[in-house]
Design a protein around this ligand. Sequence first.
Ligand code: ADP
Ligand code: ASP
Ligand code: MG
Length: 407
Amino acid sequence: MLVVQKYGGTSVGSLERIENVAKRVAKAREENKDLVIVVSAMSGETNKLIEYAHYFSKNPSPRELDILLSSGERVTAALLAIALQEMGHKAIALTGRQAGIKTDKTHTYARIESIDTSRLKNEISKGNIVIVAGFQGINQNGEVTTLGRGGSDLSAVALAGALKADACEIYSDVDGIYTTDPRIEPKAKKLDFISYEEMLELSSLGAKVLQNRSVELAKKMGVKIVARSSFSDNEGTVIYKKEGENMEEVLVSGVALDKNQARVSLREVTDRPGIAAEIFKKLAEKNINVDMIIQNASTNTTNNEKTTNLGFTVAQNQLDDAKKVIEDFDHDIGSSDYDENVAKVSVVGVGMKSHSGVAATAFEALAKNGINIEMISTSEIKISMIIDEKFSELAVRVLHEVYGLDK
Ligand code: ADP
Ligand code: ASP
Ligand code: MG
């Protein structure tokens, strides 16, 4: 039996915790499992390295940034291998490159293109526990790349898929996937199972317990993910493939919060065909991810020109870049304003497909608590709302309660 285990930042956050992980890995080994272990950097380490780079430059070169950031994961991989060797186990630490992880050329958020598993298989057959530094790979020019924040989850799923592992266990400081972030709502309930679709929505909408790209890949490759805690032996949450449509579906399975949002409002935008296309194309060219978009019905100005208002959200760290793009459209935009103090709160559930009134319940619950909704977007299985950031936690608790998730 081959198992891929991934230990996140908190699980390897100190030398004692690395030792704790070593003991857990040793125990699995003693149950005769073949093991590939993926590790994150010690918690806070990646942020610290980014700060170091910013000491010297506002815009550090992405290539150098990748060399810097990939080092955090190498530290933990090497330390864990040393700890296991000291306990009498055969273990070897590998960088992303040595593990055969090949990516595209994009620095700081590269995509995995393929994995050459020959070295990994060889090390496993020699009886080694293979420890892989997460969050990194190599591009076709031999340059080190990293996979985007939270990317060690992606490394683990990709390795599990390529090796056809029996399971991919993701260990963090929570013992599974909850109906919402248990740090915000202590009444949140642990789910025994959650479908890939719902998990993908939750993580894309802000639940960082699993990186969204890793869920997407797991769904595509049919990798079985189990989310568990490295601090307990509790059963975790299994992320599964929904079979058929006739299963009794819960209406709402979770609430997610994303504070990393900023709102852009453009007023008196010249209303001519193609203007929206031009603005959003320019934003896309700068790799700015636009999330919610609303455009109002156009109105006539005094000199009988048609104008409209356009609003959208971007990630907070992309707001400055977005502003620059907007400035180039000076002649087409009357005025613009920006708000960094907004948050996105979302309700997710596959059962919404077949029920009406789910959205109304959310709007009503927020209104009752004096929380104004600035923007709304919906899909078949989610409702997202932009609100004032200061109401974030309250909104999560209110929505959690109104859908009976604490029951
Ligand atoms: P790691 O460092 O191991 O990768 P993360 O910090 O990325 O771990 O993810 C674990 C955290 O995710 C938890 O501490 C919890 O606060 C948060 N979280 C957010 N939403 C959820 C949820 N729905 N279920 C469980 N944890 C969640
Ligand atoms: N260390 C990286 C980060 O903090 C990757 C990871 O932990 O998954 O984003
Ligand atoms: Mg994580």
